[in-house]
Write a protein that binds this ligand. Structure first.
Ligand SMILES: [Zn+2]
Length: 253
């Protein structure tokens, strides 16, 4: 099968990029309007990512907490920490997830075709069918929770992202950069802290956290990227069949 023969995608643009010696397509998934860029070439280190626009409206760190929690088990892969298992057991050459001030991306890479397909499936199932809706404890573990070791101790707050951001907020460079951003871009996503301000993180409710995922983790709000030496038409067909085709287009502000 060729990319041109796929019924579920429309080719918006197709040209050869001489600078990086690759063929390149910009596609649109017809049913959801998911945007897809495909670069078939002879690079053995294959790359896939899916990204979503995730502009935060406050400094609760909701985008960052969603990023952590979707990698804590999904419908097809209901284990506690698929991300850690993949780090240990897969042949990946890159595996991570990053929250930016306005987007969240989930990139993987591997030189092994079978491994690459597995990584893609774990990541796609993670972002679209995470277990966060059934298990509040995932939010509590990665986001924030109260802690009390002994009856007479003071009640404290803990959580993976909460602790991570306490570290980030004690770094002088980070503090200066944040102040500059907040002053130049007030009232925009760049004026708040997408990673989460430790003073504000505990204001995030489980409900608002789930709403953020429902709103932004939709194919209509996604960008998908494929690069390297693999059967691109087969990969695109699989992405459509297993995930995208199950959704209808929505408008995401
Ligand atoms: Zn983090």
């Amino acid at each position: 099968m060729k990319i041109e023969e796929l019924k579920s995608y429309e080719i918006k643009e197709h040209r050869f990029l001489k600078d990086i010696n690759t063929d390149a397509y910009v596609l649109s998934h017809k049913k959801t309007n998911a945007r897809v860029v495909v670069m078939p070439n002879d690079e053995e280190n294959k790359v896939f990512y899916i990204g979503f626009r995730t502009p935060p409206k406050d400094s609760t760190g909701v985008a960052h907490i969603v990023e952590h929690t979707v990698l804590c088990g999904s419908e097809k892969y209901p284990i506690k920490d698929p991300f850690v298992e993949l780090c240990k057991g897969s042949l990946n050459t890159f595996l991570n997830a990053m929250t930016y001030p306005d987007k969240t991306v989930y990139p993987v890479a591997s030189c092994n075709d079978f491994d690459f397909k597995n990584l893609m499936d774990v990541y796609l199932d993670a972002v679209f069918h995470p277990n966060i809706y059934h298990e509040e404890k995932i939010f509590r573990q990665e986001g924030w929770h109260y802690e009390l070791e002994n009856r007479d101790d003071d009640l404290t707050i803990n959580g993976v992202v909460y602790s991570e951001m306490k570290g980030a907020f004690s770094d002088p460079d980070d503090i200066v950069e944040r102040q500059i951003m907040n002053s130049i871009f007030p009232d925009t996503p760049y004026g708040v802290e997408s990673g989460g301000d430790p003073d504000v993180i505990p204001e995030l409710t489980y409900r608002d956290f789930l709403d953020f995922h429902s709103k932004y983790y939709h194919p209509s709000n996604s960008y998908i990227f494929l690069y390297g030496n693999c059967d691109m038409a087969e990969r695109l067909d699989y992405i459509d069949r297993e995930y995208l085709s199950k959704y209808d287009e929505i408008k995401v502000d």
